[in-house]
Design a protein around this ligand. Structure first.
Ligand SMILES: [Zn+2]
Length: 427
């Protein structure tokens, strides 16, 4: 099955960050040509006045929490977690699957083709990923057995999940960790052991709030990053969400150990985590940084277009420097940067021949995006465009959204089931 995206503005995100006016040919799930393509394909999509970009990559979230959207607004992290954990205890496997499917639909319709998820019952999230046709990097959450709502031993659950899902073309299993406030040294090292044995990546929350950092320092004498380094946990297998409360020395430690970061500006702002992750310094230090929405409880959406804009504005506003985090740097975080975070930049994150065909087509004819100039297309995407401008989304060479409509999944049915579950959960 071949697809030809004809006549768009291709934002390649290649090493030169070239924007090419032309076509993209997709064949057997991969990008077969970029530029002036002669001849046809099994299916042709007219991309006139559209931008064709690499599918966006959401570097951190908890997708099944769509069911909790709007249930913990205007409260800090600790209060939000109370709501989340209380709801978690009531969720059934079916609820998690429906919540995850709802999140996958929202992401596909706003141009996201890959996402990182940190949750228990990742096998249900995996089911949703298979059904929706999106790409999932799924980290089963490990935490101390005495504080979990999971049945069985979390690290064993993670190991089984990883073993079961390794080798799937669109599901990459990972080992997740909740954070230093819920994981002992023994838990961290047991999780690392599984990740090394199975040769998979790890994902965790890290230095998200001031409370987390100071409580940990009180308990151990060390800040979370210093402590994780001392116990030998940090390494290139790890991507860490947030890293808001970090010193420049800790940024250097992360760089030295090859740890990658998922920056979640909207969640950090909404929960009033205070401070701002020093992303410019992280990038200067050579860290791979991606952009994440975090949970629909703390965002409340999964639209990376909206979060790209907030990301750019947050750093400018707080540093009094309009040149900081320019549009290109922010678009990088949501595409090739996030692919580097996951160690898959040879396969994903840019529109280049040979890579997997994960693509988003964005309509540039909407009122809020008019007029547009080819020379500032990247700024237009970050500052003017919205997730709802995405017309077509392709994952692994298969069209999952066409002309704004979901393909292969009954959207109305999933939304209806999500509403029913919300009534059961919250009345
Ligand atoms: Zn999170």
């Amino acid at each position: 099955m071949s697809l030809l995206l004809r006549g768009g503005w291709v934002v390649t995100q290649d090493a030169q960050r070239a924007v090419v006016r032309g076509d993209v040919l997709v064949d057997e799930g991969r990008i077969a040509a970029v530029g002036d393509v002669k001849g046809g394909a099994d299916e042709e999509i007219d991309c006139t006045d559209c931008a064709v970009l690499p599918g966006l990559i959401n570097a951190h979230g908890h997708v099944a929490n769509t069911l909790l959207r709007g249930r913990a607004d205007d409260v800090p992290l600790e209060k939000m977690l109370e709501v989340a954990f209380a709801a978690d205890a009531k969720l059934t496997r079916r609820d998690v699957q429906v919540g995850a499917l709802l999140g996958c639909i929202e992401m596909l319709k706003s141009g996201t083709t890959s996402f990182v998820d940190l949750f228990y019952w990742e096998d249900e999230v995996a089911r949703a990923v298979r059904e929706a046709g999106i790409r999932g990097f799924l980290a089963w959450t490990v935490l101390d057995p005495e504080v979990t709502t999971q049945r069985g031993v979390p690290v064993k659950n993670a190991e089984q999940f990883v073993q079961k899902h390794k080798g799937h073309p669109r599901i990459t299993p990972m080992v997740g960790l909740q954070g230093v406030y819920a994981c002992s040294e023994e838990t961290y090292l047991a999780a690392k052991d599984v990740a090394e044995r199975e040769d998979v990546k790890m994902h965790t929350h890290l230095s998200e709030t001031r409370v987390e950092v100071y409580e940990h320092e009180k308990k151990t004498g060390l800040r979370p990053i210093e402590w994780l380094d001392k116990i030998g946990f940090l390494g290139p297998r790890l991507s860490a969400a947030h890293c808001v409360w970090v010193t420049i020395n800790e940024v250097r430690t992360l760089a030295n150990r090859g740890v990658a970061v998922a920056h979640c500006p909207v969640s950090n702002m909404k929960l009033a985590s205070g401070g701002v992750a020093p992303v410019p310094e992280m990038r200067d230090a050579g860290l791979a940084v991606g952009l994440g929405t975090d949970s629909p409880i703390s965002n409340n959406g999964l639209d990376l277009f909206s979060d790209m804009k907030v990301c750019a504005l947050l750093h400018k506003a707080t540093r009094w420097d309009a040149s900081l985090m320019p549009a290109q740097a922010v678009l990088d975080l949501a595409t090739i940067g996030a692919a580097k975070v996951l160690g898959v930049d040879r396969e994903l994150g840019s529109v280049e021949v040979g890579k997997r065909a994960d693509l988003a087509v964005v309509d540039l004819r909407r009122p809020h995006a008019t007029p547009f100039y080819p020379a500032n297309l990247c700024s237009q995407l970050v500052y003017a465009c919205r997730g709802s401008d995405v017309r077509t989304t392709i994952v692994d060479g298969v069209m999952r959204v066409g002309d704004g409509h979901l393909v292969g999944v009954d959207e109305a049915e999933v939304l209806g089931r999500a509403r029913e579950i919300a009534v059961e959960l919250f009345g």
